[in-house]
Design a protein around this ligand. Structure first.
Ligand SMILES: Cc1cc2nc3c(=O)[nH]c(=O)nc-3n(C[C@H](O)[C@H](O)[C@H](O)COP(=O)(O)OP(=O)(O)OC[C@H]3O[C@@H](n4cnc5c(N)ncnc54)[C@H](O)[C@@H]3O)c2cc1C
Length: 299
C-alpha cells in the first residue's frame, strides 16, 4: 500500500503523506490522512482517478471541512483537495462561473458587487462551492440549488461530466445525482438587483447569525438534520443539554444543534456526544435524529 501511494508523486505535484487533517476542518479535530493531494490541473485529477481505480483505493474529496468530523485515527485513504486554480470566478451578465474550491463567502461578495441577487441568505455559511453543492447548503428558505444551472466535474471512472441539474436532483442537505464524484466548477444564475439592497440583506443575515450561533468557530454547524416538523436544536434544548460537556466537546450554549470543540476535544468526545444525544432524544421523544455532518474514518 505504502509503495503504491508513493507513486502518486509521479503525477500530482502537491502530495503530503501522513497529512494532519485537523487544520483542514472547522472542528480542528482528527488524525492524519494516509495521503493528501491538492489538485491544480484537470490532468492530475484524471490520472489520479485512474490510479485510484486501478489500485482499488479509498478516497474522500474534502472542501473546507466545515461539515466533517475526522476520526482520531485519521483516514486510511487519499484525501483530495482542489487547489487555488479552482478558485476563479468569471462573470457573464447574470451568470457566475465559479471554481469548486471558491469560498461561498467570495461568491456572495462577487455577486453583490456585480449587483446580482439570489444567494444573500447563504451569507455566513462557511465552506466551498463544491461542499455547498454536495450538501445543498441552505438557510432561510434559500438553497444553493436555486442558483445552480450547470455543474462540471468527473464521475468515479474519471469521465468528464457537464450536467444541467433538475429539480428532482436536490434534497434536504443533499445533491442526489451521485454520478458526479468530483465537482470542478459550477454556473450560478442570479438576478440583477440594487447593490445597496443586496448589501443590506447580507448584513442583516450576518448580524442574525452572530446573535444566534456560537462565537467559537470550532464546530461543524448543525450536527443533526431537522426531522420533519421539528427543529433538532429545539428538541435538544428541551432535554436541557445546552452547555453539557463530554471531554472537550460541549453542546453550544447559544444553539443546541451545534457541538463545539472547547479546544482539546477528541473526535471520540464529539462522537460520544452525538450518540448520547441520539439515544436521549429517541428515548424521550421517539425521534431518530439523523446526522447532517459526515464522519470520516473509523469510529
Ligand atoms: C459555523 C457553521 C455554520 C454553518 N451553517 C450552515 C447553514 O446555515 N446551512 C448549511 O447548509 N450548512 C451550514 N454549515 C455546514 C457547512 O458549512 C456546509 O455544509 C458547507 O457547504 C460545506 O462546505 P465544505 O466546503 O466545508 O465541504 P466539506 O465539509 O469539506 O464536505 C462536505 C461534503 O461535500 C463533498 N465535497 C466537497 N467539495 C467537493 C467537490 N469539489 N467535489 C465533490 N464533492 C465535494 C465532501 O466529500 C463531503 O461529502 C455550517 C457550518 C459551520 C461550521
Amino acid at each position: 500500500m505504502q509503495k503504491v501511494l508513493t507513486e502518486i508523486k509521479d503525477f500530482v505535484k502537491k502530495v503530503e503523506y501522513k497529512a494532519p487533517l485537523a487544520p483542514y476542518t472547522s472542528f480542528k479535530i482528527g488524525g492524519p490522512a494516509e495521503v493528501m493531494v491538492t489538485i491544480e490541473k484537470p490532468k492530475e485529477l484524471e490520472t489520479l482517478i485512474k490510479f485510484i481505480n486501478e489500485n482499488d483505493l479509498d478516497y474522500f474529496v474534502l472542501g473546507e471541512g466545515t461539515n466533517v468530523l475526522v476520526s482520531d485515527k485519521g483516514y486510511k485513504g487519499i484525501v483530495i483537495k482542489f487547489g487555488n486554480s479552482f478558485t476563479k470566478i468569471k462573470t457573464d451578465k447574470s451568470t457566475l462561473i465559479v471554481g469548486s474550491a471558491t469560498l461561498l463567502r467570495s461568491i456572495i461578495k462577487k455577486a453583490s458587487e456585480s449587483g446580482l441577487s439570489g444567494i444573500e441568505h447563504l451569507a455566513g455559511i462557511p465552506g466551498s462551492l463544491g461542499g455547498a453543492v454536495k450538501m445543498n447548503a441552505s438557510a432561510w428558505e434559500t438553497e444553493i440549488s436555486q442558483a445552480i444551472i450547470r455543474i462540471d466535474g468527473y464521475n468515479s471512472q474519471g469521465e468528464k461530466i457537464e450536467y444541467i441539474p433538475r429539480e428532482s436532483d436536490w434534497g434536504y442537505r443533499k445533491f442526489k445525482y451521485e454520478e458526479i464524484a468530483f465537482i470542478t466548477s459550477c454556473s450560478l444564475r442570479l438576478n440583477p438587483f440594487y447593490y445597496k439592497r443586496i448589501k443590506e440583506k447580507i448584513d442583516g443575515v450576518l448580524a442574525y447569525r452572530k446573535s444566534s450561533q456560537p462565537a467559537n468557530p470550532r464546530s461543524a454547524g448543525c450536527v443533526f438534520k431537522n426531522p420533519r416538523y421539528f427543529h433538532a436544536g429545539k428538541i435538544i434544548e428541551k432535554l436541557d443539554l445546552k452547555g453539557y460537556k463530554i471531554g472537550g466537546a460541549q453542546v453550544s450554549e447559544e444553539h443546541a444543534n451545534f457541538i463545539i470543540n472547547l479546544g482539546k476535544a477528541k473526535a471520540s468526545d464529539v462522537n460520544k456526544m452525538i450518540e448520547e444525544i441520539q439515544a436521549r432524544v429517541l428515548q424521550k421523544f421517539g425521534i431518530k435524529l439523523e446526522l447532517e455532518i459526515i464522519k470520516l474514518g473509523e469510529f
